[in-house]
Design a binder for this molecule. Structure first.
Ligand SMILES: Nc1ncnc2c1ncn2[C@@H]1O[C@H](COP(=O)(O)OP(=O)(O)OP(=O)(O)O)[C@@H](O)[C@H]1O
Ligand SMILES: [Mg+2]
Length: 444
């Protein structure tokens, strides 16, 4: 068991550390809330012990932050006499138990062991359920979180855009979970994944006898999502012929099943997402402008991970906790060098790529902390530039910058210098591409 003790009193830290070691409990210590945050981002802990009164970031704020960031380990609060109201607040904010100074170390250890055991059991039971939280505290993510909070309270249609793997589905679920239809269903439909000829009946359902093979009535997704949220994923793949039908449904808030006449009211909240550039598609006539404006009431644009590398330590810590639960692994964290390497890695596959890198490292590492050498970032770059057959077999001997430069040249070559197309293929914005062309002094 590994715990983090956060207390500004040096003698409590050293005393408890010694006491814990007798109990075979591995204990890291932090002297204030800020250094605790840093340590929590870098290692996984089974429990956290937090002193309430500390200079800088106090215990209460630390507890709030822990829960807001999705840490689910038990928290025990350490308070002094006369802080009972604070103690109550701390329990409300998500602490699991408390001890009052001066406390009996024995009593603390018993509480700790019970809580960790109960929490492990709970994780075991919930193991299969993937409750992803939206992690990140970069300015961009904080802004997105506040838009989500506001949007969730209204019934406005939300359009989420961002590259593949940036977390569009996580955001969609978060909106649902914070909304007043959270007890209703969340129905995702992957527009791109359904054959065009089935899409209409999937969305709208049909009456018995509507067409050959319609042997009984079938409800469509719009109806199934009633009282909940309909998540139209990959909306950019919606065929033009269906776009006009969707538009009508969104405008009139009513629909009919295929082969039916009955007008069925739609009362599902609509969230749509795409990794395509809808504005561009509208210009080219591939996406209806009127539908675009209908969907684009609230817009959430998730920036690529490489443009918010401040999120990487928290995300990495979160992913390792999530995966070690699934893989029942004892890997607890990263070396500072590994975190630095991840922060400077040029992600093309965003958080999904980060998850893959970490999962691979967890399988291959021999140690309980993941180091740079376990990360294999180079092959991740070449993999995420999958279409890049032009890369020579000597790729391993070359630097990341060389790989990136080659990928850009190859993409520009394939698209005959068309920067928009090339940037789409590379999964970077056109602006980023142009600045890279300058940076690498690529002659066209
Ligand atoms: N901010 C985040 N916090 C926690 N997990 C995240 C975050 N962003 C992404 N993830 C994780 O990364 C993976 C990819 O996220 P998600 O499926 O939501 O991406 P997406 O934008 O829908 O990608 P695609 O366009 O390929 O469908 C998921 O496993 C998700 O849990
Ligand atoms: Mg998705």
């Amino acid at each position: 068991m590994k715990v983090l003790l956060c207390d500004d009193e040096e003698n409590i830290r050293s005393l408890m550390k010694r006491f814990f070691s007798l109990e075979a409990i591995d204990c890291d210590t932090a002297e204030n809330g800020l250094s605790a945050q840093r340590m929590l981002r870098e290692s996984a802990y089974d429990a956290v012990l937090v002193d309430l009164r500390m200079p800088g970031l106090d215990g209460l704020s630390l507890i709030k932050w822990l829960r807001a960031e999705g840490f689910r380990m038990p928290i025990i609060m350490i308070s002094a006499h006369g802080e009972i109201t604070d103690a109550v607040t701390a329990l409300k904010e998500g602490a699991d138990d408390y001890v009052v100074k001066p406390f009996d170390p024995e009593e603390l250890v018993i509480k700790l062991k019970n809580l960790v055991e109960a929490s492990n059991l709970k994780n075991l039971v919930e193991g299969g359920k993937r409750l992803d939280m939206l992690i990140g505290d970069s300015p961009e993510m904080l802004r997105i979180k506040s838009v989500i909070a506001k949007a969730a309270l209204s019934s406005a249609t939300v359009l989420i855009t961002g590259e593949s793997g940036t977390g569009k589905e996580v955001v969609a679920r978060e909106i649902h979970n914070l909304s007043n239809v959270k007890d209703g269903p969340f129905i995702p439909i992957n527009i791109g994944g359904i054959p065009e000829n089935l899409l209409e009946s999937e969305l709208f359902g049909y009456e018995k006898g509507a067409f050959t093979g319609a042997s009984s009535r079938k409800n469509g997704m719009f109806e199934l999502a009633s009282g909940g949220t309909l998540f139209l994923d990959e909306i950019g793949d919606m065929p033009l012929s269906l776009q006009v039908k969707i538009l009508r449904v969104l405008q009139e808030r009513k629909m009919t099943r295929l082969g039916g006449v009955e007008q069925i009211p739609i009362n599902a909240r609509i969230v749509a997402a795409t990794n395509k550039n809808l504005e561009e598609m509208v210009k080219k006539g591939d996406f209806r402008e009127d539908l675009f404006y209908r969907l684009n009431v609230v817009r959430i644009e998730i920036p690529p991970l490489r443009e918010r590398s401040e999120d990487i330590p928290l995300l990495a810590a979160y992913i390792i906790r999530k995966l070690s639960r699934d893989m029942s692994s004892r890997i607890t964290g990263f070396t500072p060098e590994a975190i630095e390497a991840l922060k400077s890695h040029h992600f093309y596959g965003n958080v999904r790529e980060l998850e893959n890198i970490i999962e691979r490292a967890m399988i291959f590492t021999d140690s309980s902390t993941i180091d740079v050498k376990d990360l294999d970032l180079r092959s991740s770059v070449s993999r995420s530039m999958k279409k890049n057959e032009e890369l020579s077999s000597s790729r391993d001997a070359r630097s990341l910058r060389d790989l990136e430069k080659d990928a850009i040249i190859a993409a520009l070559h394939r698209w005959e210098g068309n920067r928009t197309k090339a940037s789409e293929e590379l999964g970077i914005t056109r602006r980023t591409l142009i600045s890279k062309i300058k940076e690498y002094d690529i002659k066209l």
